[in-house]
Design a protein around this ligand. Structure first.
Ligand code: ARG
Length: 445
């Protein structure tokens, strides 16, 4: 849905395109950009599958706040078909825990900000991020990559409305509606892939997350007493069917979010290293995302040749770091995507998942491209593995170790004056002693 609500203004003011959410911060941003920067504001409202009370309502609010144009862009399918597809191919998991949900939406929103800026001849783009998060880095690095000429304004980072009461006072003075109800004391970012929840009581790493932070997942204690089985079909690495029914990825993720969430699966509570250098406590709900990555890995275990699989594991970490650090549009990330895409060509098959009380396990996998060879794997009579050949294999692959071990024994048995400190024939203990002595000497001098 691309709804241009108001034609571009004919004034001579410079234009800025703001990534608008409808919340208090970005609503105050509109007024601040108009009043303090003397700019015409175009609001861009991106739908990436987040919860909202109606995009039309949010668009109307932007118009009411004096935006010269409002663009509502439905990015859900693009988010699923490009961003989530690449993330699944790379089994994207920052610090082995976080499936990058906010980090995946920022480059997409940036791409559309740049497109809207070009459409309206705007010279600036703006976002509502603070100065201590990763999201500012992701927006601005993406914009640098897509149009280095565009100026970026980050009002929340620049204005002196530091504390909430100042911001509310500014809002009231400039006619920005402020909700009567006290806003939830959390900072939340959500999209089709899941929800990120931070701040409030969560800032204490010892405090258990309160029950009210979770909205996509039930408490595992309240989940059904019977397991739920789900079959995910993959085509060239992309999840394309759920329980035998073909569906577009966005729909599949949505449906699986509900199944996994109802079984209490998908919660993460972690301490995370932000790119800007601080540790933060983050809670996430990523029910479908975690399940799909688990299923995808299980299919890769079956279909990828060993060396490809092992090297891919290392490259996946680099991919996740690049994307976490805002480098979606970077030559390294592009090259890694090419590697990932190459590996996915054989990834067609099915994976059976079992959800039960907060858990999700892979209980079956199958593929026409499976490299699992029952004849090689079996211990039964029809074994096709040449066990006698293993002897030569072990001798040759162990040859360098044998040479080293023989030399070690020889030196340990030699007269005292040719012995080396570390080589007394007892291996590690001797090593540790030698290091201990060296360390002691170093410290003493
Ligand atoms: N820490 C996560 C990240 O950097 C989530 C940030 C989400 N933002 C928020 N306002 N909760 O990707």
């Amino acid at each position: 849905m691309n709804v241009s609500a108001t034609p571009a203004s004919a004034t001579a003011k410079e234009k800025v395109v703001l990534a608008y959410s409808g919340g208090l911060d970005t609503s105050v941003c509109i007024k601040w950009l108009q009043n303090e920067m003397d700019l015409d504001v175009i609001a861009m409202l991106g739908n990436v599958g987040q919860e909202h009370d109606g995009l039309e309502k949010v668009a109307a609010k932007a118009k009411q706040l004096g935006c010269v144009a409002v663009e509502v862009v439905d990015m859900t399918d693009e988010f699923a078909n490009t961003y989530l597809t690449c993330a699944i191919a790379a089994n994207a998991m920052y610090e082995n825990k976080y499936p990058l949900l906010s980090a995946l939406s920022r480059p997409l929103i940036s791409k559309h900000l740049v497109e809207v800026a070009h459409k309206y001849g705007a010279t600036c783009v703006a976002h509502g991020c603070t100065g201590k998060g990763n999201d500012q880095v992701r927006f601005e690095t993406s914009i640098i990559a897509l149009d280095p000429e565009l100026k970026v304004i980050a009002p929340v980072r620049e204005w002196d409305l530091g504390m909430r009461p100042d911001e509310i006072a500014y809002a009231k003075k400039h006619g920005v509606p402020v909700a009567q109800s006290i806003e939830k004391p959390y900072s939340i970012d959500d999209n089709l892939w899941g929800r990120a929840i931070e701040a409030g009581v969560l800032e204490d790493p010892w405090a258990e997350p309160p029950a009210d932070i979770w909205t996509m997942t039930v408490d595992p204690l309240d989940a059904s007493d019977a397991p739920t089985y789900v079959e995910i079909g993959f085509t060239a690495g992309v999840p394309t069917s759920l329980n035998g029914q073909d569906m577009p990825l966005a729909e599949l993720v949505d449906a699986l979010n509900k199944i996994a969430g109802a079984n209490g699966f998908g919660r993460i509570d972690m301490i995370e290293n932000r790119y800007v250098g601080l540790k933060s406590r983050e809670c996430y709900e990523v029910p479908a995302g975690l399940a799909l990555i688990q299923a995808h890995k299980a299919l890769e275990d079956l279909c990828l040749e060993r060396d490809v699989l092992h090297h891919k594991l290392a490259l996946e970490q680099i991919w996740a770091d690049q994307v976490y650090n805002g480098r979606w549009f970077s030559p390294l990330k592009e090259a890694l995507d090419a590697f990932m895409a190459n590996t996915q060509q054989v990834l067609t098959g099915s994976v059976k998942l079992k959800f039960y009380k907060g858990g999700c396990v892979v209980v079956g996998r199958s593929s026409a491209a499976s490299l699992y060879d029952a004849g090689l794997a079996t211990y039964d009579n029809d074994d096709s593995f040449d066990q006698k050949a293993a002897k030569g294999f072990i001798d040759i692959q162990g040859l360098s170790i044998k040479t080293w071990a023989t030399k070690r024994t020889e030196l340990a048995q030699a007269p005292q004056d040719v012995q080396l400190d570390v080589l007394d024939g007892t291996g590690e203990a001797a090593c540790a002693d030698a290091y201990g002595q060296t360390f002691a000497q170093a410290v003493n001098c």
